[in-house]
Design a protein around this ligand. Sequence first.
Ligand code: NAD
Length: 249
Amino acid sequence: MIECDLQGKVCLVTGAGKGIGKDIAIRLAHARAHVICVSRTEQSCSAVAQSIIDAGLSAEHFAVDVSSSQSVSDMCSAILSKHERVDILVNNAGITRDNLIMRMSDGDWLDVLNTNLSSSFFLIKNLVRPMIKGRWGRIINISSVVGCMGNAGQCNYSAAKAGLLGLTKSIAREVASRGITVNAIAPGFIRTSMTESLGESVVEKIKENIPLQSLGEVSDISSVVEFLCSEGARYITGQVLHVDGGMYM
Ligand code: NAD
């Protein structure tokens, strides 16, 4: 059991409408943070925020496309005028548009770069100044094992996820003296809608390359996010935590 009491902390999770982001939002709310659930569709992020409120905990939601600099800036202005600062930022929103490079369109390259990488830049840029003023903060970027190992058919996705690691390490150095840690988590294959479409035979093949021989669950990622938010992790920054059943060693 992680000792993590986030009472009084404001936390923002992107891609909180389903999958890993939803589980992170719910877990941080149970640790008593006020959780701002952000995703593209109103229906999904409002449902997650409402389920948190129905459990007697604290949340609100914003339906925003985080790949748009202007939309992120407008949302952050609204949040900062209400809460003054965000203490914990989890950049989790992500998409895939897979293809071999010869068939990959410029649009699929840019959509994946903008959603998986530029979004994190937009959010950090808008939220870091008040976080610095508060002299405490946690920034957690959700990368991927594919950002460390590469994967045929995913040059856009692996480039974006590898880019997130450089972003993480650079910003960790910029803000370390202000009590803010910046880390990345690199999940392996986790059971969500992103992996659901793979089919059983592909999943069996994937398992052959996972030393722990099974796909991960969303809770395997949200528990590491909670740990990174806790005081127990205060001396960890600029790191990549590999949560992948041993795929990348
Ligand atoms: P998912 O598809 O189940 O959920 C993604 C969430 O991101 C959704 O709520 C969606 O609305 C939101 N989102 C997508 N584009 C957005 C945008 N432009 N603006 C706002 N919100 C947007 O995905 P998941 O499997 O839960 O993955 C979450 C993160 O973990 C992603 O960054 C993904 O790349 C990463 N990841 C997942 C796996 C896996 O096996 N599932 C493995 C490694 C890394």
